[in-house]
Design a protein around this ligand. Structure first.
Ligand SMILES: [Zn+2]
Length: 318
């Protein structure tokens, strides 16, 4: 299936000046204020082809942002993949050896296998696991409403609702293929206090995506009293009109079974399908139908192959 990819509107920032870090791990910077407060972390470029996160981290560095209280950690996670970004082949730099957002299970990190992403994740883990709250900035290949993935915990959902942008909050249990950073202990533990959320800020290369990423980051930092949002007054592009949004809990995973899976033309990310039984896709000769009224299509992937997730289905909750 061919699909026209959006033009690359965003310019990947030069991150060379941030390589050395100040905590002994490349690309990781940390500052602690005199006043006590929570430790928050902003993480970018877990996927190397997603430009909005590095744009935000570059902005924070350039503005010389320092915490008014507590501790702020800024991390460019898969900087090596990001540095391989090529606007002529913009999907190729997603990772070097494997998806870095599936390696955060302690059994994987403590295991023997070496990949570029595992080596890097092992270096980052102790630094990131110290954060009281973590914001992981991502973007999406396909067009669709931006959303916050709050993971499975109630405190993740509460933080996502408090941030309020993007307006869609999706509670989900992650992926069978491996733990995401936001699922890593202690963040994914039901009884822990530390919280991590992932923001899908929009399409990878759209200008609006960077504005959403910056606004979500400003709100996240202000929420914890780390940085007053007024600091950003002159550097806060309006993120544009936002979708109405709401809270969605993932109930079903649609897995591709044949090599002839295709979505209905109007199926896009965060579509709300009013009637149960509506055909949203075909897999070979079989129709894929919504199981209940007001079913939300979460991040449909038009590139999924047999055995991969085509879309997740969610139910709206108050
Ligand atoms: Zn991503």
């Amino acid at each position: 299936m061919t699909e026209t990819m959006p033009r690359v509107e965003l310019v990947p920032p030069d991150i060379a000046a941030y390589r050395n870090g100040n905590v002994g791990v490349d690309w990781v910077w940390r500052w602690t204020a005199a006043a006590p407060g929570p430790h928050v972390a902003v993480v970018a470029a877990v996927h190397g082809n997603e430009l909005c996160g590095p744009i935000v981290v570059d902005r924070l560095h350039r503005l010389g942002i320092r915490p008014a209280r507590g501790t702020l950690t800024l991390a460019l996670a898969n900087a090596a993949a990001y540095l391989s970004f090529d606007a002529q082949r913009p999907t190729a730099s997603r990772f070097l050896d494997e998806d870095m957002n599936r390696v955060w299970d302690p059994a994987v990190l403590d295991g023997p296998r070496r990949t570029a992403e595992r080596v890097r994740a092992r270096a980052l883990r102790p630094l990131l696991a110290e954060a009281d709250a973590l914001l992981d900035l991502h973007s999406m290949l396909h067009e669709g409403d931006p959303l916050i993935l709050s993971g499975p915990t109630a405190r993740g959902a509460a933080l996502a609702r408090a941030i309020g942008l993007p307006a869609w909050v999706v509670a989900d249990a992650g992926h069978a293929a491996g733990l995401r950073l936001i699922d890593m202990p202690p963040f994914g533990d039901p009884d822990a206090a530390q919280t991590a959320i992932l923001v899908e800020c929009g399409q990878h290369w759209r200008r609006a995506t960077a504005a959403v990423a910056l606004e979500a980051t400003i709100r996240f930092l202000a929420h914890f009293g780390i940085v007053d949002s007024a600091v950003f007054a002159a550097h806060r592009p309006a993120p544009g009109p936002q979708a109405a949004g709401g809270f969605v809990r993932v109930t079903d995973v649609v897995t591709v079974r044949t090599d002839r899976f295709r979505f209905a033309p109007d199926a896009h990310g965060m579509s709300v399908v009013p009637r149960a039984g509506t055909v949203i896709a075909w897999d070979g000769d079989d129709a894929v139908r919504t199981p209940y009224d007001d079913c939300v299509l979460v991040m449909p992937s038009r590139r999924a192959r047999a055995g991969q997730t085509a879309v997740r289905l969610g139910r709206r909750e108050p």
